[in-house]
Each structure stands twice: as structure tokens, then as C-alpha cells.
Design a binder for this molecule. Structure first.
Ligand SMILES: Cc1cc2nc3c(=O)[nH]c(=O)nc-3n(C[C@H](O)[C@H](O)[C@H](O)COP(=O)(O)OP(=O)(O)OC[C@H]3O[C@@H](n4cnc5c(N)ncnc54)[C@H](O)[C@@H]3O)c2cc1C
Length: 593
């Protein structure tokens, strides 16, 4: 069950201790405890807020931002990165869009691992089956089909714990929009050269598509199966089984402060358990017979490793932390995205409900940059080496980063990986809205503790826009949105762009100058909250922190299973992929590899 009293687990021994009861932590715990002989302790820093409407009503997710449900990790340029501090982690405060990346992006993970790991299954085929294992998809009904939803059944799983569907379930007033704005946006994107595709969840996201949402409506569908109460809404792996799984203990309201190691300094190092507590309270210890599994998220996990002595030995020693494994890339290779919202006033058409919004466009570089595309291809090819040098401090080395950037560039140039997301939104920031972000930034950042006090947030430096391609992509996406408001049939619904508007970014033959777009974007962008790669699954020679078995290098029994292991961004929202990673991680752990 879920408990709050730390003395109930203090000095007890479990087979596995999972640090973080978020998206991946609960998924792994749910699978490991299918075996009744296995004892798992999950320690979650946040509380059990499943009965809080801000958590169980996904349409209120924005109400969680900046509250005690959110870490709001401070970052550079005055930004902060939202992250759930509550049971369910960021899945409990997320927007629930359910999308998957490009096939070749998952295949590239193998390229970043040692050749000896060629059969490890970290590619599209392996990941697709695990993403489907996590999913219970409900195809659109006739009403939803009429509004533009569609699906391809072989792209989905139908028996997993996480429900995905088009908006219908849950609050009856919240349905797919029935007004003209979403189909009009899709038509304009087709005019801009994108294919309108039935379903972007099968590894081909370069399209405009109506997209489903995850678990927000799970309880309605599950009710007939006797699982029904709103509390399972966000925590598909836990709530339905929590009263039966005697081997699964979840302690909430306690933060893991470090991993404890066997004193023998011989490599690989052996973890024996964890220390945890609250900022004002006592520290406790719990012991792990088999493994300590980190699932604290892409900012939380490198922080715990560093606090435990795994990181850059020199930097840690300056904080008085004794080195356990000198692994300087812990917390490096951070990739996070930048968001802007554009809006236009609307004629008095009826939006047809209260949403949520459904349509996403994923243009590739050629579609986004149009006549400038070949210049941009040349620019990328010629700049990779300079970009790698400029970002080297946030990676193992310039040469490692150059290899990684080469793979990233190939995905963009050869495989048509979508480089930007354009998410049509009704009534934000005006009646017609589109939020945009570059998907595949070359800027690299770091997460680094600055104190041995675990309750001080780590220094998170994204280095937003430190590679010009990232800004150029955001500008090109903004221009595409501006043009969309001026293109029929969307233009027939628009009374003109209001955000940023022509007084802020005057229109011209080029749809606004680079200088004006830059000024506006830099003044108002926010962080998307998709941080990854801070404990990247890559070969050690490229700066990886975990191997293909998700084991931290030079440790015997410390694994990372969360967003920090993704080595490169994907052209998608992250959650479906992360459920797949965690499902695969659970099988790796069960097999004892
Ligand atoms: C605002 C927002 C909107 C999003 N929208 C979408 C969307 O629409 N679609 C989509 O697919 N994805 C979305 N995402 C992304 C997705 O939810 C996250 O990528 C995903 O939840 C990350 O999973 P994780 O397991 O790595 O980390 P998390 O789910 O964040 O879990 C980490 C957990 O560890 C806990 N923790 C951290 N440190 C410690 C410690 N020292 N001790 C104990 N516990 C600790 C945290 O409190 C948290 O519960 C969104 C994310 C956010 C924040």
C-alpha cells in the first residue's frame, strides 16, 4: 500500500528500492511486483494526491504549475522546468497528449551504444512492442470520426494499464471540439505540404494528425471491470492492484538523499540501500537486497547520483562529497525544448465545445524552411563541428558530441525527422492559437548539484538557443503559424494575429524579420518540460552514464529507468515512449541481466 510513516520501512530490506514514484518508477514497480515473492519499496518525495481534482481531472493540469505539486526546477535565462512532485510524477501534471516519435529515432539509440549491444532491442521494433504493451487504446467512435479523429489498429496496444483515447471519457462536458477551427488548421497544414495522416503513433509522425490523449479517462473505461474510481486516473499501474500486491510498499512524502554503497572500493561498486528524509526531519535508511533503481526524472536522477558520489569526482570533492565512481557525464547532455504560443482573434464561429485540443502538425525541415531548406541543410552540415566544440562542456567531449550530432543531423536531413511541433489550441492565447517548439535542439545543458544539501535544487543550465539552429527553427515555426492565420480556410475564421501581433513583429515579405522574431521569442519563451539525456544510455566512449541494461557504469546494481536515459530527443511528447522504456526496463531487471 501507500504509506506516509518512514519508521515502517526504516532499516527494512527489500529486493528493489525504486527512487521516485513517477511515470517510470510506478511502471517498473507494477511489473516487478507481479511476482508475489518480490519485495519492492518505492520512495516518492511528493505526496499521494490522487484524490486532488487538480491531479485526477487532466483538464485542470495547469492548476498544478507552481504549486507544491510541482518541483519547478530553476533553470537559466530566468526559466524553470515544471516537473510533478506527487505520486505519478510528471504524469500527474501533464497534458496527456499521446504521440510517438519517428522509427529511425529509436533505431538511432542502438547506434549510440556499443556494437556488442546490437541485439539489445533498443530500436523501433523493440520499443514499439513495449509501448504497445503499456497501452489500452479505444479507437474513435462515429462521433469522433466525424470530427476528424482516426486510428490504425496495428499501431496500438489494447490490453495495457494506460488508457489512451480521443477525448470523450471522463467529464462529459469535455469532448473533442466540434467547431471548424481544428479541421481548418489541418487543411492549411496540408496546403503547406504536410500529409494529413490517420494516426501518428506508428513511427511516422511527419504529418498533421488528430491525436489521442493518455490515461485521463482510464477510470470510465475501467469501471465495468470493477476498477472504477477516479483515483486510478493518473496511476494506471498502481491503483488497480494496490490492495492485492503485498510485496509493493510506496512511501510518500520522503526524499531520497543518497544511495548507500558497500565500503569496498573495488569496481563495480555495490549499492546496499538508500538514505531518505525530509528537509526538517530525521534521516532514515532502507536496504536493497538486489538493486537500487533510479526513477527520479531527468533532473532528479543525476542529482541523486551526484549526491551519492557518482559524477565528476573533482566537482563533488569540492562539495565535500567522496567519489564513489568518477563519471563526469552524470547530468550532462541535457536536452530541453523551448515553447512559444501564437494567437489570432476569431470571427464569431462556434468552437464546438470546451476541448481539449486535438490536432498536431509535425513538419520536417524541408516543409518548415521551404525555400531556405537547402541553405539550412548546408548550414547544419558545415556547422556540426563548431556546434560540438561550443557545447563540449555539456558533454563528454567535442569529438563525442560531434558523433552524436552527426546522428542527429542525419535524422533531420536524411530521415525527415519532424523538427518542430505545432499544436493547434483553441482559446489560448486567443480564440485561435498554436503553440510551437523546436523538437530536436542541438543546444546541450547540464544538471549539477552545488551543495551537499539534498534539499537545495541542482543548478540546471539548458543553454537555451546556444546553437543558432534551435532559434532558427523556432522562428521558422512561428512564421509558419503566422502564415497559417493568413491562409484559407483558417483565414476565414481569423480576425488577425494578436500574439505577438504586427506591432511587435511587423509583417513583411518574409513574414517578419529574424531580429524581431528573435526579440519576441527570447522575451517570452517557456521551457517545455521535456528534459532528457542526463544519464544517457550510450556507450561510455560517447559519454553515456548507463549501458544497454540501464546499469550505471562501474556499478553492479544501480540502474536508471527514467527520461534521463533517452540519449536524443524524439519528434513526440515523451510519455508513451517512457512507458515503453519502463516496461522494457522491468523485463531486463526480471531477467536478471
Ligand atoms: C507540465 C508537463 C506537461 C507534459 N505534457 C505531456 C503530454 O502532454 N504528453 C506527454 O506524453 N508527456 C508530457 N509531459 C512529459 C512526461 O509527463 C514526462 O516526460 C514523464 O512523466 C517523465 O517521467 P519520469 O518517470 O522520467 O519522471 P517523473 O514522472 O517526473 O517522475 C519522477 C518522480 O520522482 C520523484 N523524485 C524526484 N527526486 C526524488 C528524490 N530524491 N526522492 C524521491 N522521489 C523523487 C518526483 O517527485 C517524481 O514523482 C509533460 C510533462 C510536464 C511536466
Amino acid at each position: 500500500g501507500v504509506i506516509t510513516d518512514p519508521t515502517l520501512v526504516s532499516n527494512h530490506t527489500y529486493d528493489y528500492i525504486i527512487v521516485g514514484g513517477g511515470l517510470t518508477g510506478l511502471t517498473v514497480a507494477g511489473r516487478l511486483t507481479e511476482n508475489p515473492n518480490i519485495q519492492v519499496l518505492v520512495i516518492e518525495a511528493g505526496n499521494d494526491d490522487r484524490t486532488n481534482p487538480v491531479v485526477y481531472d487532466i483538464y485542470r493540469y495547469g492548476d498544478a504549475f507552481g504549486t507544491k505539486l510541482d518541483w519547478s526546477y530553476p533553470a537559466d535565462q530566468g526559466r524553470s522546468i515544471l516537473a510533478g512532485k506527487t505520486l505519478g510524477g510528471s504524469s500527474s501534471i501533464n497534458g496527456a497528449a499521446w504521440t510517438r516519435g519517428l522509427k529511425q529515432q529509436y533505431d538511432s539509440w542502438l547506434q549510440l551504444l556499443d556494437p556488442a549491444d546490437a541485439n539489445s532491442g533498443w530500436d523501433w521494433n523493440g520499443m514499439f512492442s513495449y509501448m504497445k504493451k503499456a497501452e489500452s487504446f479505444t479507437p474513435p467512435n462515429s462521433g469522433q470520426l466525424a470530427k476528424g479523429a482516426n486510428s490504425i489498429s496495428s499501431y496500438h496496444g489494447f490490453t495495457g494499464p494506460v488508457h489512451a483515447a480521443f477525448p470523450l471519457y471522463g467529464l462529459s462536458s469535455k469532448l473533442m471540439y466540434g467547431g471548424p477551427q481544428e479541421p481548418a488548421f489541418a487543411s492549411v497544414m496540408v496546403k503547406f505540404g504536410l500529409v494529413k495522416y490517420k494516426d501518428l503513433n506508428g513511427g511516422t509522425p511527419n504529418c498533421v494528425s488528430f491525436t489521442p490523449d493518455s490515461n485521463g479517462r482510464a477510470f470510465v473505461v475501467n469501471q465495468p471491470r470493477g476498477l472504477g474510481s477516479p483515483v486510478i486516473l493518473r496511476v494506471a499501474y498502481l491503483s488497480p492492484v494496490e490492495s492485492q500486491r503485498k510485496g509493493w510498499t510506496t512511501l510518500v512524502g520522503q526524499q531520497v538523499t543518497k544511495i548507500l554503497f558497500n565500503p569496498s572500493t573495488a569496481l563495480p561498486r555495490v549499492a546496499t540501500g538508500v538514505q531518505f528524509g525530509t528537509s526538517s526531519g530525521k534521516r532514515f535508511t532502507a536496504l536493497a537486497r538486489k538493486e537500487v533503481i533510479l526513477a527520479a526524472g531527468a533532473i532528479g536522477s543525476p542529482k541523486v547520483l551526484q549526491l551519492s558520489g557518482i559524477g565528476d569526482a573533482a566537482a563533488l570533492s569540492s562539495l565535500g562529497i567522496q567519489s564513489v565512481v568518477n563519471l563526469p557525464t552524470v547530468g550532462k547532455n541535457l536536452q530541453e525544448q523551448t515553447l512559444s504560443a501564437l494567437g489570432a482573434g476569431g470571427t464569431n464561429f462556434n468552437v464546438g465545445g470546451s476541448g481539449p485540443s486535438d490536432v498536431i502538425a509535425y513538419p520536417n525541415l524541408y516543409q518548415l524552411f521551404g525555400s531556405q531548406a537547402s541553405a539550412m541543410v548546408n548550414h547544419i552540415t558545415q556547422s556540426i563541428s563548431a556546434w560540438a566544440s561550443s557545447q563540449a562542456k555539456s558533454a563528454l567531449s567535442a569529438s563525442a558530441l560531434q558523433t552524436i550530432f552527426g546522428i542527429q543531423a542525419n535524422l533531420i536531413i536524411q530521415d525527415n525527422a519532424p523538427v518542430a511541433e505545432l499544436f493547434q489550441v483553441t482559446n489560448y492565447p486567443d480564440k485561435l492559437g498554436t503553440i510551437i517548439w523546436p523538437l530536436l535542439p542541438f543546444s546541450r545543458g547540464t544538471v549539477q548539484i552545488t551543495s551537499s544539501n539534498p534539499f537545495v535544487p541542482p543548478k540546471t543550465t539548458v543553454n537555451y538557443f546556444s546553437v543558432d539552429f534551435d532559434l532558427s527553427t523556432q522562428i521558422a515555426a512561428a512564421r509558419m503559424v503566422r502564415r497559417s492565420f493568413q491562409t484559407s480556410p483558417l483565414s476565414g475564421l481569423s480576425t488577425g494575429e494578436t500574439v505577438p501581433g504586427f506591432s511587435t513583429v511587423p509583417d513583411d515579405a518574409n513574414h517578419g524579420s529574424d531580429a524581431n522574431w528573435t526579440k519576441w521569442i527570447k522575451s517570452q519563451f517557456s521551457s517545455v518540460a521535456h528534459p532528457i539525456a542526463t544519464c544517457a544510455m550510450m556507450s561510455r566512449s560517447l559519454g553515456g552514464v548507463v549501458d544497454a541494461r540501464l546499469r550505471v557504469y562501474d556499478t553492479q546494481n544501480v540502474r536508471v529507468v527514467d527520461a534521463s536515459i533517452m540519449p536524443l530527443q524524439i519528434s513526440a511528447h515523451l510519455s508513451s515512449t517512457l512507458y515503453g522504456i519502463a516496461e522494457k526496463a522491468a523485463d531486463i531487471i526480471k531477467s536478471g541481466l
